[in-house]
Design a protein around this ligand. Structure first.
Ligand code: F0G
Length: 428
């Protein structure tokens, strides 16, 4: 067997290098975040594109049918026993109704809610939990607004490792809490917000020797890169003009930048798409920093109906700044009303997504309207989570949204009579 090429974990602040099996979640010298430094892949056995395309077959057995492990040599070359559901292979959708809503004929939707636990987090978690198993971790942990915890709970169960999750009490969507409990994670409802949960899990896991699997963990980022690799492959390696995604803790924004950097360096693409990171207006510290030319890092108390991205102090800030700079990207913010309007349009097209996911489409619409995105540009908007994640949003339409989003489909309660049915039909 050929030797595994050397992979390093490198501190992004001070450059300290750690072996790929070091368990530290951050730099032991300065506390900076770690990034995986992949060796250039061996192209003497055929181009990377040809290799990946040859593996693009849903009927392959085991991990090879995964949309993450298909790219294994540029994700985790040292993994010999992937913990895979499998995940990925999510659809790239053309929906004229949503294109019309956004004012963009070239809009495509990449539905990451079609992953096994209903969000893009599975792509990072399959790699993170594989690494946990490789290190012999006794337990794994994360803080979460709900999707990370659901994903960690599932993959930890798959690997047979106990999982501990920290979520803000009363602030995560019902579908996500249901999954986390069902898959068996020890679930702590913390009296505090997500930012408090993240600080607590960082401190607790360091003290208690538990392997931390938030997106500050560099292996999570490696897995999430495959959203970009896969969409490029679906477009036959002809990159779109833009990739739009919702932004919270900024792990995914960081992953997209790394993926594009590597895709360019290793000949998968010859042009870099621009990244559009979209935040909810009440939780938009990154957008504020962007508007100020990234001179100042903003932090705030977050507030938005899109609970998945209700984050005031994003951990992957610095890496996300690199993504925006390197891709000539933009950070936008959209109001809760704009998010819910976009969600209603995506839902009404029969696609569906959770509120935070709709921020990407709301952001595209905003940039088309202000002339930054041309109506004919090819734009891939990432839908990050499934419509069933947040059933509570229906209640929100009832109680809080006055008036509700124009296209929100509200239920109508009636007496059990045909005349009542007739009255409803006549009122449309
Ligand atoms: N969309 C959804 C549905 C999410 O759950 C998240 C993050 C994001 C977008 C933002 O991604 O944090 O990488 O910028 N959810 C995390 C969680 C925080 O705990 O599930 P990000």
């Amino acid at each position: 067997m050929p030797p595994t090429p050397q992979v390093w974990q490198v501190c992004e602040s001070c450059g300290h290098r750690l072996a790929d099996d070091a368990p530290d979640p951050q730099c032991p010298d300065c506390g900076g975040l770690l990034a995986i430094e992949q060796p250039a892949p061996d192209t003497s056995i055929g181009s990377l594109r040809e290799r990946f395309d040859a593996r693009c077959c849903m009927t392959s057995p085991g991990a090879m049918s995964s949309g993450v492990w298909r790219f294994g040599e540029i994700v985790h070359p040292g993994a010999d026993r992937p913990v895979s559901y499998p995940e990925g292979n999510t659809p790239l959708l053309v929906r004229p109704q949503v294109q019309r809503f956004a004012g963009c004929d070239g809009l495509l939707l990449k539905h990451e809610g079609m992953n096994p636990t209903g969000s893009f987090k599975d792509r990072g978690m399959t790699v993170g939990v594989t690494q946990a198993l490789r290190l012999g971790a006794s337990a794994v942990a994360c803080a979460s607004t709900g999707n990370t915890s659901a994903s960690l709970a599932s993959y930890a169960a798959l690997a047979g490792i106990p999982a501990l999750v920290f979520v803000p009490a009363g602030q995560i969507a019902l579908g996500k809490l249901t999954q986390t409990l069902a898959y068996g994670a020890r679930t702590l409802l913390v009296r505090g917000d997500f930012d408090a949960c993240l600080a607590l899990v960082r401190e607790s896991s360091a003290k208690l020797g538990i392997y931390l699997l938030n997106s500050i963990n560099p292996w999570r980022i490696e897995g999430q890169k495959t959203i970009v690799f896969e969409l490029l492959q679906q477009l036959r390696w002809d990159p779109p003009e833009w990739i739009a995604l919702p932004a919270g803790n900024l792990g995914n924004t960081a992953a997209f930048g790394k993926a594009l950097r590597e895709a360019r360096a290793w000949g998968l693409i010859s042009r870099t798409p621009r990244i559009l990171a979209v935040q909810a207006a009440g939780s938009a510290p990154f957008a504020s920093s962007f508007r100020g030319g990234f001179v100042e890092r903003h932090r705030l108390k977050a507030d938005t109906v899109a609970t998945a991205i209700k984050i005031g102090d994003p951990a992957s800030y610095q890496r996300a700044v690199s993504t925006i700079r390197e891709t000539n990207g933009i950070v936008a913010d959209v109001s809760d009303a704009e998010i819910l309007e976009a969600k209603a349009a995506i839902d009404a097209a029969g696609v569906g997504c959770e509120p935070a996911s709709a921020a990407s489409v709301a952001g595209v619409r905003q940039l088309v309207r202000n002339g930054t995105i041309a109506p004919g540009d090819r734009v891939v908007a990432i839908l990050t989570g499934h419509v069933l994640k947040d059933p509570g949003i229906l209640q929100w339409y009832h109680q809080e949204a006055e008036p509700p989003p124009a296209s929100a489909n509200r239920p109508v309660e009636i007496d059990a009579s045909v005349s009542a049915v007739e009255r409803v039909l006549a009122s449309r």
